[in-house]
Design a protein around this ligand. Sequence first.
Ligand code: DX5
Ligand code: ZN
Length: 214
Amino acid sequence: MIKIAPSILSADFANLERDIRRVSTADYLHVDVMDGVFVPNISIGLPVVESIRKVTDLPLDVHLMIVEPVRYVERFCDAGADLVTVHLEADTEANTHAAIAKIHARGKRAGVVLKPKTPAEAVLPFLEEVELILVMTVEPGFGGQKFMADQMGKVSQIRRWIDERNPACELEVDGGVAPDTCRTCIDAGANVLVAGSAVYKAEDIPARIAQLRG
Ligand code: DX5
Ligand code: ZN
């Protein structure tokens, strides 16, 4: 089954609890953490994750767009993340292995993320170690950008490797996912779709979430 992870980056932060309740039919809640260094934007951090944890039972999918995420992964786990993803471009290979190990030591699920220019092969050292791989379909940093269809070859390639070597691993896409682009993501092999603006701009949010499942 296709899972939907609404991104609260498109929510009204002054009404965050209300906007989290509006997506209660989804499968994950996607939380974008940005440090203004790894990406040219600053969003939310640890105290907000802690507060969100208290108002929802949805699994929290925390997408860390920060440099050297190994420094912070344990604190995000303790704040209530269920799944923590780290960018392959944000640190050395050794530190990415260390970040994954720290997340697992906290009993949480770990994932790695690829920016659009990062080749599929970059996941190979981590393929058997992670519970999720996230392929960005926009340059990370902002919601509401145009979907990059040219990332679908990467999604298909990683889907083949997952099926061969770690079939329980989930494959997520993030950026520009909407009713007109969800089918191509699913056909390429993604099973978790992040959607920010497509969910929060919808008149009927539960209907939009159902529509994005394909
Ligand atoms: C972008 C974030 C996304 C963003 C997606 O850096 O990682 O999660 O919220 O927003 P949409 O779905 O509007 O492209
Ligand atoms: Zn994200």
